[in-house]
Design a protein around this ligand. Structure first.
Ligand code: ZN
Length: 361
């Protein structure tokens, strides 16, 4: 079965974090409209899914009740002070009117996707508004309010399923890792940029995600981090992915695959220094598509609107088993050669070795 669902609701693309904020939910309109123009939704295996709102109990699978209370208050009165909860007007995650309600819908979209694939009605479902992987138990972080990937992984684990979570956003999936750091029931694998960025003068956000963070207790070896150097290009990125993800999924034998497909790793993205193109992404998403287990897919970061539009459109076409028109691909992906090639490859080889050595025995 190749049936694929696309979660869509104009209400989840209309909100604005702040006028100058890099995360623009409106970016999903470009994905939706491109897929519609290409006839994707008219294919017999395609389904457009309306999200439901997540329930309070579902949110509290991961978040503390008083944090949810604070977000609810901020939603109605965003001008008060919510600094203790990771929300600040000029910070990464500002309070804004209606934030609780729209976050229930973005989380609910991932829950809808999960329900459809677990029931066997769809092979895969994609919620572009989800993948908010930085939110922590008691605080918002990195543009993320409720951690829908962690909520879905937790609810699947509660059903007794073995969950594999693979995060290909440019940033470390720290909130999801933290939620399952001491359990072997959710394997988390994150590939991300790590380390000092000379032009920024500080560590790349969130500053975590080395191979040494490998889980604790029963979870030892079930938190896997592939810490990539800035300026990792397609060749190196694909080698890192192929060297770690398929072998570990093969060993783990998950009942369900959950993917966070942030596209801020793209070479045009203004917030990161990775150099991934649609070519590497095609390879990786095709690899996800070879799994036989149910597959819940989400968006995530992505701050070049054109890269978001082309990459996520392509990725949904792969989920459908449809052909990919040339217009969605990058014409000339950047590629290192010479000394720089050798430097990037050496750093990526070390990241692969570190990740494999960290895995459970
Ligand atoms: Zn990101």
């Amino acid at each position: 079965m190749t049936a694929a669902g696309f979660v869509w609701d104009p209400r989840v693309v209309a909100h604005v974090y702040r006028d100058d904020h890099p995360l623009r939910p409106i970016r999903l309109v470009g994905v939706h409209d491109t897929l519609e123009r290409l006839g994707a939704f008219a294919r017999k295996d395609a389904r457009v899914l309306a999200p439901r709102a997540a329930t309070r109990a579902e949110i509290e699978r991961i978040h503390d009740s008083d944090y949810v209370e604070a977000v609810s208050r901020a939603s109605g009165d965003p001008d008060d002070d919510y600094g203790d909860w990771g929300l600040s007007a000029w910070g990464d995650t500002p309070p804004f009117e209606g934030m609780h309600e729209v976050s229930l819908l973005t989380t609910g979209g991932t829950l809808t996707a999960m329900e459809e694939v677990i029931a066997g009605r769809l092979r895969v479902a994609f919620n572009g508004s989800g993948g908010l992987h930085h939110a922590m138990r008691r605080y918002a972080s990195g543009f993320c309010i409720y951690n829908d990937p962690a909520i879905v992984c937790g609810l699947l684990a509660d059903r007794g399923m073995k969950v594999a979570y693979v995060d290909i956003d440019a940033h470390h999936g720290d909130g999801v890792q933290a939620a399952f750091y001491e359990t072997d029931q959710v394997l988390t694998i994150s590939l991300h940029q790590y380390g000092f960025v000379p032009e920024l003068g500080h560590l790349f956000f969130p500053g975590t995600g080395t191979a040494e963070e490998r889980g604790r207790g029963r979870g030892a070896g079930y938190s896997i981090n592939v810490a990539l150097p800035p300026y990792t290009d397609d060749t190196a990125y694909v080698r890192a992915f192929d060297g770690v993800v398929p072998p570990l999924l093969e060993r783990y034998q998950p009942d369900v695959l959950v993917t966070q497909q942030g596209i801020d790793s793209h070479f045009e993205d203004p917030l990161t220094q990775l150099m991934v193109s649609t070519r590497a992404r095609e390879h990786i998403v095709r690899q996800f598509a070879t799994t036989t287990s149910p597959w819940v897919a989400m968006g995530g970061g992505g701050y070049s609107l054109d890269a978001v539009r082309r990459a996520w459109s392509m990725e949904f076409l792969i989920m459908l088993g449809a052909d990919i028109p040339k217009e969605l691909h990058d014409a000339e992906p950047p590629q290192w050669s010479g000394v720089r090639r050798a430097q990037v490859d050496a750093a990526v080889d070390a990241a692969i070795t570190g990740a494999l050595d960290a895995a459970w025995i």
